[in-house]
Design a protein around this ligand. Structure first.
Ligand SMILES: *Cc1c(COP(=O)(O)O)cnc(C)c1O
Length: 296
């Protein structure tokens, strides 16, 4: 199992005509490079949970996710590296063929339990696990320790260089973590990948200590909802790759980059703004698209 290597993280400065025209600087923090399976932000969000589990002498980690969950796969991989047993509670009935994500998780030793969508809503744990001693991590690594871990993402850049830190948001844990680290004059711009999850701001506030004015959540770029996509998004991802050589995923970072470029077009960012885009990984999820949709 390949180790996690945060030394592989680079900061790529984008040179696209639009940015020159609008006098906006965009750097991309490439967390996608730390590991082929443990995508970007998931390692950061999980690190303190895993530390706590070790401190409590737990041998097993249990968490939740869907069939294409980056969080499930990252948990399976980290547990393999840390020699912990892992259990994934998966939303929905077991499909005849496991998804690419779940088959990788299984190969890494994760024990999978499939529960109905109703039971999943209540996060019901199968009774077969009644006698198992485990450390539980919420879906998507949501929680204060997840945010504390995500805050350490910014140890990999010179944060004072930037006016805006931009990220994709699912549970909002990463955004909450970034908020913890910024100064009062900086902004976190979070692009929600969920449709009409208008409580996102409230949820983020619960796990951070920063005033709201440093946070903007944009709800206009979900492309139909979580893990939904449209031709315009996929075309954009190909074009963005042609222009920058940066691959993105259609669930999170593709929507983030599309949104930020669009907001720049619409003059959302004033001249002289310095943006840091968090490339939070997730590339393995592109395997759920039909072949040749993407050029990378
Ligand atoms: C999970 C994930 C996110 C969202 O992080 P949250 O902390 O849940 O908001 C963003 N990008 C990628 C690639 C992810 O896997």
């Amino acid at each position: 199992m390949q180790a996690i290597n945060t030394e592989n993280i680079t900061i790529d400065k984008l040179s696209i005509p639009l940015l020159k025209r609008k006098k906006v600087n965009v750097d991309v923090l490439r967390l996608d490079k730390i590991h082929p399976l443990i995508s970007g932000n998931k390692w950061f969000k999980l690190r303190y949970y895993i530390e706590e589990a070790k401190q409590q002498n737990k041998k097993t980690i249990l968490t939740f996710g869907g069939a294409w969950s980056n969080h499930i796969l990252a948990t399976a991989a980290i547990c393999k590296i840390k020699q912990l047993h892992s259990i994934g509670i998966i939303r929905g009935e077991e499909a005849e063929d496991l998804s690419y994500t779940l088959s990788l998780a299984k190969e890494l030793g994760m024990q999978l339990f499939f529960i109905s969508r109703n039971d999943y809503q209540e996060k019901k744990i199968p009774s077969a696990l009644d006698n198992t001693d485990y450390y539980q991590i919420a879906e998507g690594g949501f929680g204060k320790q997840g945010a504390a871990g995500a805050a350490t993402i910014l140890d990999h850049c010179k944060i004072e260089n930037y006016s805006h830190i931009c990220c994709a948001a699912g549970t909002g844990t990463m955004a909450a973590g970034l908020l913890r680290k910024i100064s009062p004059t900086q902004q976190v711009v979070a692009i929600s990948v969920l449709k009409n999850y208008l409580e996102m701001e409230e949820t983020i506030k619960k796990i951070t200590d920063k005033p709201e004015r440093n946070l903007t959540v944009n709800h206009n770029y979900h492309f139909g909802g979580y893990a939904k996509h449209k031709p315009a998004l996929l075309e954009f991802m190909n074009e963005f790759y042609n222009q920058t050589s940066i691959p993105t995923d259609f669930v999170y970072t593709g929507k983030l980059c599309y949104a930020i470029m669009d907001m720049i077009k619409e003059n959302y960012f004033s001249e002289g703004s310095n943006l840091l885009l968090i490339h939070s990984g997730g590339l393995q999820g592109n395997a759920s698209l039909s072949k040749r949709t993407l050029i990378f």
